[in-house]
Design a protein around this ligand. Sequence first.
Ligand code: Z5A
Length: 210
Amino acid sequence: MAAGKFITIEGTEGVGKSTNLAFVHDWLTARGIDVLVTREPGGTPLAEQLRELLLATREEPVAHNAELLMVFAARAQHLEQVVKPALAQGRWVLCDRFTDATYAYQGGGRGLDKTVISELEQLVQGALRPDLTLVLDIEPELGLQRAAARAELDRFEREDIAFFNRVRQAYRERAEANPAHYAQVDAGQPLSDVQSDIEACLKRLLSKPF
Ligand code: Z5A
């Protein structure tokens, strides 16, 4: 059986990942593709507990390396329990955030060494990389306005705008360095235009699998 495809969706706060994840799921399902939807950090009971620890606001400052290792601990569990078995069964996996978020938030945002992130990526993932990463791009101010309309802010959402500008820049650099596997979408557009652009990316993926 052919292995399934692995698609990830990325971007800064309030960029519309959840909204467009549902769109991608419905678009693929309508074409007869069996899609598993999941998220990071999270996707298994243990990884969801690590997510709670990671996002909770707390008085104790969180060491940047502790944050990095929690993200990869959750990822290791998620990959073994959920992602790899699904791909091996021929299912497609659609994941809300993945390792690009680590390069963007812990690398760009926190300033951690990308070589260390790359070493952990190799340890935890081996050769596994997404087939397609959709990077939804938006002015961080606009995304935060959208996000602020919702629930209480988590530990990341309390960061300042300079942090989110660094995160955005890191995403853009990764997408521009590897256009065969990344697509950047202007998420500041009206939703129907964002989804037309995403649809074009999905058609390319289906017509010319990489
Ligand atoms: N994190 C990390 O540091 N390192 C890692 O390796 C990983 C994660 C994997 C949790 O992520 C945190 O984990 C994250 C980084 C860190 N930082 N934070 N916070 P998350 O994905 O759960 O958190 P989030 O970015 O805040 O996601 P979200 O809350 O689900 O937002 P979203 O999915 O991007 O947005 P949305 O809910 O789809 O849309 C927001 C609103 O905008 C909503 O009302 C929509 O109806 C509206 N919307 C969407 N698109 C449009 C357009 N085009 N026009 C107008 N309005 C729109």
